[in-house]
Design a protein around this ligand. Structure first.
Ligand code: PMP
Ligand code: GLU
Length: 422
């Protein structure tokens, strides 16, 4: 397969800017913006789409690519959407979300995070992805630096670049359990640092932080009053860390006037397709984020907002049940990966990803890197994974365990046969 056709090709496609003017008949496609030329496609989406394509073409593929719960959306949530359609909740809503959903979000923050918000401090968007995008568009100027602990979710650096900013990775590895330290954070802050983008439990490592660890990071952040902090808590409810989940704003309330908390219903309630996420933060910033949304996509889907209200206000047992299943899969997969030749995998505290250090396996198979390993596994045994390079951590693979235990066991068997050939 030529490198440029590979789904694992993470380099930006080269876009030529023609010297001639539009009048001279330049090819439209070659006249794209400089901005888009700096952005690469989402690797998680690319791998999942490729796996689905191969499956549709008759190949026997197990996809551990996409981070998407395999569970169906619970019935009481679907029912709320059906009722919303029946009563005609099918029109535009307020750009920033319905009063009912905002009320449910405010109650959620009180219940789960001991955080108090008013409706004007909340913005509902079409997924947490859009919440983060709005924030970056509202906050970042060219040259501003955004601190991102690495490995990171694939979309963060590209969204920062789209806003003209410079992503700055705070590297971590398996030895430090994929957690940044207060000293590292302190050393990374410069005059140009505008934002810290913090995600725990993390996509892709599953690692979270204890209250004590969060407090120590908070102490550093309090030294820099101009720095804005965003915590992406989207995996909050998929959590089995030793202590109960805590978010930075809860542990360090003094940060609240420059803190944006992002969350959503995609992961906790198996509602990825409904596209509802939300941000809570200082009113002045939320207002500007709402302005961006009002000039781009307007309100998120009215029917999905009714469903999300039911999710947040309803019985939370479904969340605990799904979390229990994810935990069983995590325990199985991490042990099984550690039994494979040349693979090391740390336990996570939550989310539904195992992030495996495959450097030895790559060497034993005489492959160039994690991208080549990902291709090899897809080609030879039909298992789709996402290479660590996409998350800023070459030499690793991310395996999503958002699929049944039987599927995971089959995948591990196949990985075993591919890796034993070294
Ligand atoms: N943050 C992280 C860390 C994620 O993994 C995802 C998954 N897509 C999102 C945000 C966005 O989720 P959504 O847009 O589906 O709410
Ligand atoms: N967040 C999920 C993942 O990392 C869904 C895909 C995406 O939006 O990136 O796989």
């Amino acid at each position: 397969m030529p490198a440029s056709d590979s789904i694992y090709n993470f380099t930006c496609s080269h876009v030529t800017q023609p010297a001639n003017s539009g009048r001279e008949g330049a090819d439209t496609v070659t006249r794209l913006s400089q901005r888009v030329a700096q952005v690469k496609p989402s690797a998680t989406i690319a791998v999942s789409m490729k796996a689905a394509e191969l499956k549709a073409a008759g190949r026997d593929i197990i996809s551990l690519g996409m981070g998407e719960p395999d569970f169906d959306t619970p019935d009481h949530i679907k029912q709320a959407a059906v009722e919303a359609i029946a009563r005609g909740q099918t029109k535009y809503t307020a750009v920033d979300g319905t009063a009912e959903l905002k009320k449910a979000i405010i109650a959620k923050f009180q219940r789960d995070n001991e955080l108090e918000y008013t409706p004007s401090q909340i913005l509902v968007s079409s997924g947490a992805k859009q919440s983060i995008y709005n924030l970056l568009q509202a906050l970042i100027d060219p040259g501003d630096e955004v601190l991102i602990p690495a490995p990171y979710w694939v979309s963060y650096p590209d969204m920062v670049r789209l806003a003209g900013g410079a992503p700055v990775a705070l590297n971590t590895d398996i030895e430090c359990e994929f957690r940044i330290t207060p000293a590292q954070l302190n050393a990374s802050i410069t005059d140009r640092t505008k934002l810290l983008l913090f995600n725990a439990p993390s996509n892709p490592t599953g690692k979270g932080y204890t209250r004590r660890q969060l407090e120590a990071l908070g102490e550093v952040l309090l030294e820099y009053p101009r720095l804005v902090v965003c915590t992406d808590d989207i995996y909050e409810h998929i959590w089995w860390g030793e202590e109960a989940f805590a978010t930075l704003g809860q542990v360090c309330p003094a940060l609240k006037d420059r803190l944006v908390v992002v969350n959503g219903v995609s992961k906790a309630y198996a509602m990825t397709g409904w596209r509802i996420g939300y941000a809570a933060g200082p009113e002045a910033l939320i207002k500007e984020m709402r302005k961006i949304q009002g000039q781009s996509t307007s309100n998120p889907c009215s029917i999905s907002q009714a469903a999300a209200t039911a999710a947040l206000d309803g019985d939370q047992q479904c969340v605990a049940d799904m979390c229990q299943a994810f935990r069983e899969r995590h325990d199985y997969l991490v042990d099984a990966l550690n039994d494979l030749p040349g693979v090391r995998c740390a336990r996570g505290d939550g989310a539904f990803y195992a992030f495996a250090d495959c450097r030895e396996a790559i060497g034993a198979l005489d492959l160039a890197d994690d991208v080549a390993l990902g291709e090899h596994l897809l080609e030879s045994v039909g298992v789709a994974t996402v290479p660590g390079t996409a998350f800023g951590a070459p030499g690793h693979l991310r395996l999503s365990f958002a699929c049944g235990l039987d599927t995971l066991k089959q995948a591990v068997e196949r990985l075993g046969s591919a890796l034993s050939q070294g």
